[in-house]
Write a protein that binds this ligand. Sequence first.
Ligand code: BG6
Length: 464
Amino acid sequence: MLKKEFLWGGAVAANQCEGAYDEDGKGLSIMDIITAGSQDAPRQVTLEIKDDCYYPNHEAIDFYHHYQEDIELFAQMGFKCFRTSIAWTRIFPHGDEDEPNEAGLAFYDRLFKALKAKGIEPVVTISHYEMPLDLVKKYGGWSNRRLIDFYTKYASVLFHRYKGIVRYWMTFNEINSTVKITMIAGVLIKPGENQKQIAYQALHHQFVASSKAVQLAHEIDPDNKVGCMVMTTVGYPQTSHPLDALAAQEYLRDGTLFFCDVQCRGYYPGYFQNYHIELDITDDDLKNLKAGTVDYIGFSYYSSQVVSHLDGGEKVKGNIVDGLKNPYLQASEWGWQIDPDGLKYLMRILYERYQLPLFIVENGLGYDDQINENGEIIDDYRIDYMRAHIQAMKDIVEQEGIDLMGYTAWGPIDIVSAGTGEMKKRYGMIYVDKDNEGHGSLKRMKKKSFDWYRQVILSNGEIL
Ligand code: BG6
């Protein structure tokens, strides 16, 4: 059995659902100047808002004005928790002000109050891909050490304001994405620059900022639990060739575990020297990393890949990282290979390595749902995906005693895809009437998976 207080729920990011991108004093974030894209056409960063471009995050699903109705639906599904992020630019519109924006703080007061009224615990990501654009333009984003202070101040405002209301925090969403897509960390690499060097320096600043936030959170309220959040990259060796096994081991270690190593253990692992990067690390940084290790490991898991030590092979897409095709697995329409066993594989490694509580804070299937002639969405494919992953998670918790805090399905209500900017890449148990071009009534509608997930939560995972 899963524990009684298991945190079932759903997860979103402010920038992918809230909309209201310029309301109540909100400043522009990096996500406000990113256009829509598709599988084949990457999203573009325009640096300012252009009249001839479409920016899907500007309105998103207008959660900012619909949150009460949406929370009512989450409550009907029996959510115990709801993971969202705070839009940094609602609190510090430019990122470097002295005083926070009261209207932004007040919005989250209302949001958390509405959740609490329904018995839903807020789980908050402090930064989920949406840093203030001015910090990008004026300071070069996280490549600049000054960002540590701006972030720490922002985090401190949140810990004080939501003391006793929010207990579960995560410092940076998928912190490992910083080295893959530096734009996420507000770092726009110029031609000729050493991307790897700059990216890892930006990451180092985030590690330090995260460790300082963990310490602050504990000082301000000892009941606070602060996690890291990593995107997981499971890769199986393509053959029994020992070099494939080593390549797969490094794929997981360098893509996922390195980021946990620093945040859970509080220091850079020995193998970091093989990255051949000279970082600017102060003594104070080292002290902070040590003193600010996380309380739990939050992670996203969607798919797995295959890894070879040789070049070539049929490539497949995944969540930010790519890999090779696995002939034993099916893939989603977006090419993400579906692998519930990979979740077991990963949870074992994470738990055995760190012995810290785990929290699955993202998992789900992106699908272009269609409304049938009866006006319903029969998303059995989503139910199958979730059932298999929840079963895998349950098995490993029950059979191996892994300490798992909860499971939050990604995008329980349809939101804008982070990767492609599409609306049609839907994860929700709740459908939102809006298309890729921004047309639609924004009306919410339950899919078949809505009742299914309600039953899962009601039975604490016993009825799948
Ligand atoms: C994770 C992110 O990478 O995956 C989310 O934390 C994102 O922001 C999710 O939405 C699913 O990816 P996508 O590209 O399908 O939206």
